[in-house]
Write a protein that binds this ligand. Sequence first.
Ligand code: URA
Length: 233
Amino acid sequence: MIDNQTILQTLVEIENSLRFLAANGCRGFAPTGHVLEKLEKWGQRREAFTETLGSIQADLGDCRRCSLAQGRNRIVFGDGNPKANLVFIGEGPGVEEDRKGLPFVGAAGQLLTRIIEAIKLSRTQVYICNIIKCRPPGNRNPEPDEIKTCFPFLARQIAAIQPDFIIALGTFAAQTLLGTATPISRLRGRFHEYKGIKVVPTYHPAYLLRNPDKKRDVWEDMKMLMKEYQYED
Ligand code: URA
């Protein structure tokens, strides 16, 4: 018996593969009669398995899947437009985020808001989330097992939102999404790809607060994004 979760993950994989094909120029298939019939039925059933951010959050529940649950006040699931074309992914909640249950609401968050506005968007137009959803004690770096436990929920959020672009803020977001140990300084400056979605790795706003000279690089990354981003009227 295949459980619902496995079916959902499979559907998400299929959807991402189709998006990947589309991103690489595939404009359709030419199915024959019996395939069309199957596709028609598939389409009807698929609705039952469609995930929303709400259903993913419900599944996450009062998560106790890793030890971060013990020290956190609130789970920071993510915030913004559930149909965003652009998703920002940070590292993990800090003190303010843990208190409010919202991502990027502290000092780094204020800088992120300015970055979003500089690219002619607002926080309500984009979606903002993190690699891990609970604050590590003392703001330490996330541990690999914590990322491993938490990332499947983020992967499902991304699949539900279906953005065209992801901005990976800092080392943890970029390396986790891209499955690499390459430093952020070498990843930034060009587009990468996660399941057919264009990824722009750039420096984390908290790092920019400590190293303001790196803002220039982030602005270069944002200009690269703006050239390709489809702004809606
Ligand atoms: N830093 C992050 O990476 N995420 C937040 O939500 C806040 C600060």
